[in-house]
Design a protein around this ligand. Sequence first.
Ligand SMILES: NC(=O)c1ccc[n+]([C@@H]2O[C@H](COP(=O)([O-])OP(=O)(O)OC[C@H]3O[C@@H](n4cnc5c(N)ncnc54)[C@H](OP(=O)(O)O)[C@@H]3O)[C@@H](O)[C@H]2O)c1
Length: 337
Amino acid sequence: MTNHRILLRSRPGGIPQPDNFVADSVPIRSPAAEDVLLETIFLSIDPAMRSWMTENPGYQQAVPLGTVMRGGGIARVMESRSEKFQPGELVQARLGWQTHPTLPARYLQKLDLTRGDALAWIGPLGLSGVTAYFGMRDIGAVKPGDRVLVSGAAGGVGQIAAQIARIEACHVTGIAGGPDKCAYLTNELSLDAVIDYKAEPDLSAAIGRSCPDGIDLYFDNVGGPTLDAALLHLRPEARVVLCGRISQVAADPPYGIRNLGNLLTRRARMQGFQVFSYHDRYEEARAWLAARHHENQLRQRLHILEGLHQAPGALGMLFRGENNGKLVIRAGNSDGA
Ligand SMILES: NC(=O)c1ccc[n+]([C@@H]2O[C@H](COP(=O)([O-])OP(=O)(O)OC[C@H]3O[C@@H](n4cnc5c(N)ncnc54)[C@H](OP(=O)(O)O)[C@@H]3O)[C@@H](O)[C@H]2O)c1
């Protein structure tokens, strides 16, 4: 049998392009003692992958050229030489962009299917849900009655962050690009207000109309001019959560933030975070997210592309806003998963 793989061929200048990658096929590696042979079902496509492709990601190791592209996902056990895993079980792991990885059992985490199926685990219970949980609750210290603004609100992290604020009885405004994404936020996720930033000539004025009393908590996924506009509307003691700055990844020169003075005058706090530093508390987040998911309070639109061959083109979609929800590759058969 064959393991189809996508290797990193070159480092990206701006937005990752399909020709930064190359496909190959190699024989499946038979598992040695304590190894497990897997069939990849879903791969998560994440903005952070672009930084892993560069020479100096700043955190984590760069992916070496000529090796399998790093990526996390869900797989089914095909053959196991570890007593901890049995054929047919579903696991999550850093699988890499390949259809049939053979990995040490210690790198695998068995999925608890009482919490949700494979789609739930790549969706709201996955790393974007966990990111939203710690960003909103730990960094943002969300509380009932907060006036909350979320950028990138129709994306993987943003959808969950906005819904967590809804669950906590906040007034929630989402910012997203385009009428379809905004209609989804209003009609399916029941946000109180939405702003289509692509249709707004003056984003600050639009925020002022949607949040006339200001913002207690801004959850920022995009950075740049959106962050700058939000800073103008902070209420006293506001919290600004720096989750991501996707608008600045390919910006040259980067946008210079002008309105930091409002942090001082509003006695506000702005803090970044990285979900990986919460590794020891993932279980807490997943228990909370799974409970809300079961109560139908938490959902996530997925944008699923069929086939591993789509992965090289998929990554750039995130930076052009072409994904309609959390972006996922279905690499293998998910029947019964
Ligand atoms: N801190 C952490 O530990 C952590 C963990 C995971 C993710 N993140 C960050 O969270 C953010 C969201 O990640 P995700 O995986 O959920 O991706 P996503 O939101 O599903 O996809 C990215 C979205 O960003 C928006 N976007 C792209 N370029 C933009 C621009 N120039 N201005 C405004 N919006 C732009 C697009 O939405 P529109 O169509 O609405 O423009 C696009 O759909 C990213 O910044 C990511 O780096 C951080």
